[in-house]
Design a protein around this ligand. Structure first.
Ligand code: MN
Length: 206
C-alpha cells in the first residue's frame, strides 16, 4: 500500500507565493487521489505493491497491460508530487551553491539565464505537465513531460520539478501561469535540489 506523505511544512508555509488553499486542495485532494488510484490499480498485483515507487516508475513497460496506464498516471502523480513538496520550502534567500551552481553555470551561463529558460519551457507545455531540471550524464539540462510522466521513466534523474497543471495555481493565479512560475522561484528548496544532484551523481543508477 502506498500512503500519502504529510507536507514537510505547514499548509500556509509557502504563502504568499503558494496559498494555503492551494496546498490543501493540491495535497489533500489531488495527491491523495493519485495514491488511492495507484493502490486500487495494484490491488490484484501484490508483487508490484511491494516495489518502491521509483522501481515501478523505472519499469512501467513491464506492468500488466490492464493497469499500465493507470499506474503510469497515478504512480507518476504520486512520485512527482512526493518530490514536489520536498522541492519547495518557506521563502528564503537561498540560491544554488557548490556543484549545483557549477553545473547550472556550465549549462546555462548563470542562474538568471537558467531561470529564464526553465520558465520559457514551462510556458510552452501545452495543457498539463511538468517542467524539470535533470542530471543528464555529467550535465544538468531542461526536460518537459506531459501529464504525470517524469524524467525517471527515461532514466534521467529529476533534480527540480515544477507542476504546471492548472490545479497547482488556478485558485490563486487563475490562468496566469507566468505569474505562478515567477512566484514559485521564491519557494524553491535549493538544499533539496543540491541533495538530489549529490545522490544522482553517486548512485549511477540513472
Ligand atoms: Mn499537481
Amino acid at each position: 500500500m502506498f500512503t500519502l506523505p504529510d507536507l514537510p511544512y505547514e499548509y500556509d508555509a509557502l504563502a504568499p507565493f503558494i496559498s494555503s488553499q492551494i496546498q490543501h486542495l493540491h495535497h489533500d485532494k489531488h495527491h491523495r487521489a493519485y495514491v488511492d488510484k495507484l493502490n486500487i490499480a495494484l490491488e490484484k498485483y501484490p508483487d508490484w505493491q511491494n516495489k518502491s515507487i521509483e522501481e515501478i516508475i523505472k519499469s512501467l513497460d513491464n506492468l500488466p497491460d490492464d493497469v499500465k496506464t493507470a499506474v503510469r498516471n497515478n504512480g507518476g502523480g504520486h512520485y512527482n508530487h512526493s518530490m514536489f513538496w520536498e522541492m519547495m520550502a518557506p521563502a528564503s534567500n537561498q540560491s544554488p551553491t557548490g556543484a549545483l551552481l557549477d553545473k547550472i553555470q556550465h549549462s546555462f551561463g548563470d542562474v538568471d539565464s537558467f531561470k529564464k529558460q526553465f520558465g520559457d519551457n514551462a510556458m510552452k507545455i501545452f495543457g498539463s505537465g511538468w517542467q524539470w531540471l535533470i542530471l543528464d550524464g555529467d550535465r544538468v539540462s531542461l526536460f518537459s513531460t506531459p501529464n504525470q510522466d517524469n524524467p525517471l521513466e527515461k532514466g534521467k534523474a529529476p533534480l527540480l520539478g515544477l507542476d504546471v497543471w492548472e490545479h497547482a495555481y488556478y485558485l490563486q493565479y487563475y490562468n496566469r501561469r507566468p505569474d505562478y512560475v515567477e512566484a514559485w522561484w521564491n519557494v524553491v528548496n535549493w538544499d533539496n535540489v543540491a541533495r538530489r544532484l549529490d545522490e544522482a551523481m553517486k548512485s549511477k543508477l540513472v
